[in-house]
Design a protein around this ligand. Structure first.
Ligand code: FAD
Length: 432
């Protein structure tokens, strides 16, 4: 009956990991009817990073079906028809509200039961919401967040409605930086607010951040650091009008965009599976502590072999690769070899584009031209630990140069003289 469905394999979540897992299932010869993807989103898996980039651009706008997986990594585009043609049940607009790993059942909000033999948890993350921190007025209209395509559509609508108006962007991470740029390109006046002494402090050094902050200032973006949004005022229609900062300042706002972080969606499995570092603990094949249950993407805390550590990673490259690793292991077991992951993060805004490979620990040296007003703005940073280069950041790299910095982070070449390294800069990377 429709109230109970049964599959050999179920992927819970329909995001990046789910899409790449589906492609791998097809490669491995999954049979029609064996695989289901259950997603609360209304659309087939897509490349989520597009939502904070081309989805919001006034020109060269990205829209589905343009950015379904796997185009983000140069692969085949899995249109909704692909799932039908491959006998994969794509169960959309369906939220799972209960998971029982003991009886191998998932239950949807509308009461449908899904049975599985093997489950892949790919629920990703959700945004931290200022309402949950009790910030007064945080439920005003036009205070927006971005995770899923529905959120992006609300943003597009708000940008259209408030062109020429004022936006306050709360948060100085990826989302804050990419959305500030997108708003500015759409002719919205932007003020960014964040508590840290510089933007993206989890990755950027002060030398890296000073370039981006200078560049954004030159684009007319106002940056307020060292304080937070402590409350919001709205008009009689309930629309946000003012942002009250903790330091007492008040900013006018027609739109507020909040990007203050995310948390992995693991609540359905609390107490049923081992957790670690806020995620679901897995081995190097993305198997959890429960037989026949895998976890991939943002929710997985996995052994990161290169650093002899266990970590959780909220980046698209890992979402793709962990999904492929899990599906390969489902078919071939441990013969596929352990997950060999080198951290890779990137971002794009305005005409800027950076890539980072490796680990940002130890000493750091900056190289190249990080003057925000210069024409070249090609610069980067090395991180050095125990006499070896372990991480590299590069703004404005060519594909060849980006490849070279990835190789450095992987090979970890020894260095003794940091001044010399700073002077050599990109040349050091290009000769590895
Ligand atoms: P997701 O892609 O988030 O997919 C999770 C899916 O599970 C969603 O479809 C969700 O609706 C569904 N789901 C969750 N709970 C349930 C439930 N109970 N029932 C049914 N369905 C459920 N990374 C980079 O490296 N570079 C970037 O430039 C970059 N840009 C980004 C921009 C934005 C706007 C966002 C939000 C993220 C960005 N990321 C970027 C991060 C990257 O997109 C994520 O790491 C990646 O999407 C994680 O994949 P995932 O499959 O684990 O989760």
């Amino acid at each position: 009956s429709m109230a109970e469905q049964s599959y050999k394999y179920v992927i819970l979540g329909g995001g990046v990991s789910a899409g790449y897992a589906a492609r791998e299932f097809a490669k491995q010869g999954v049979k029609p009817g064996e695989l289901a993807i259950i997603s609360k989103e209304a659309v087939a898996p897509y490349e989520r990073p597009a939502l904070s980039k081309a989805y919001l651009f006034p020109e060269g706008t990205a829209r589905l079906p343009g950015f379904h997986v796997c185009v983000g990594s140069g692969g085949e585009r899995l249109l909704p028809e692909w799932y039908t043609e491959n006998g994969v049940s794509l169960i959309l607009s369906t939220e799972i509200v209960k998971a029982d790993l003991a009886s191998k059942t998932l239950t949807s909000a509308s009461g449908v039961t899904f049975k599985y033999q093997i489950l892949i948890i790919a629920t990703g993350s959700t945004v931290l919401n200022l309402k949950d921190f009790g910030v007064p007025g945080a439920d005003s209209k036009n205070i927006l967040y971005l995770r899923e395509i529905d959120d992006a559509d609300k943003l597009v609508e708000a940008i259209k409605a408030k062109t020429g108006g004022k936006a306050v962007v709360v948060g100085g991470g990826y989302i804050g930086l990419e959305l500030s740029a997108a708003l500015k390109i759409n002719n919205v006046d932007v003020t960014m607010v964040y508590p840290e002494p510089w933007c993206m402090p989890r990755l950027f050094t002060i030398g890296i951040a000073s370039f981006y902050e200078g560049y954004y200032a030159n684009k007319g973006i106002n940056i307020i650091k060292g304080t937070v949004a402590a409350g919001f005022e709205s008009n009689e229609k309930g629309e946000v009008k003012e942002v009250k900062l903790k330091d007492g300042r008040v900013l006018e706002a027609d739109i507020v965009i909040v990007g203050v972080g995310a948390r992995p969606l693991t609540a359905l499995f609390k107490g049923q599976v081992e957790e670690d570092k806020g995620g679901i603990k897995t081995d190097a094949f993305f198997k959890t502590s429960i037989p026949d249950v895998y976890a991939v993407g943002d929710v997985a805390t996995f052994p990161m072999k290169i650093y002899n550590d266990v970590r959780r990673v909220e980046h698209v490259d890992h979402a793709r690769k962990s999904a492929e690793q899990a599906v390969k292991a489902i078919f071939a077991g441990e013969s596929v070899g352990v997950y060999e992951y080198l951290p890779f993060f990137y971002s794009r805004a305005f005409d800027l584009s950076w890539q980072f490979y490796g680990d940002n620990v130890g000493d750091d040296v900056i190289f190249g031209d990080n003057n925000p007003t210069s024409a070249t703005h090609k610069f980067g940073s090395f991180w050095i630990k125990d006499g070896k280069v372990v991480g590299v950041f590069l703004e404005g790299g060519t594909p060849e140069e980006n490849k070279a910095i990835g190789k450095v982070a992987k090979v970890q070449p020894p260095v003794s003289n940091l001044e010399q390294l700073a002077k050599e800069g990109l040349d050091f990377a290009l000769k590895i």
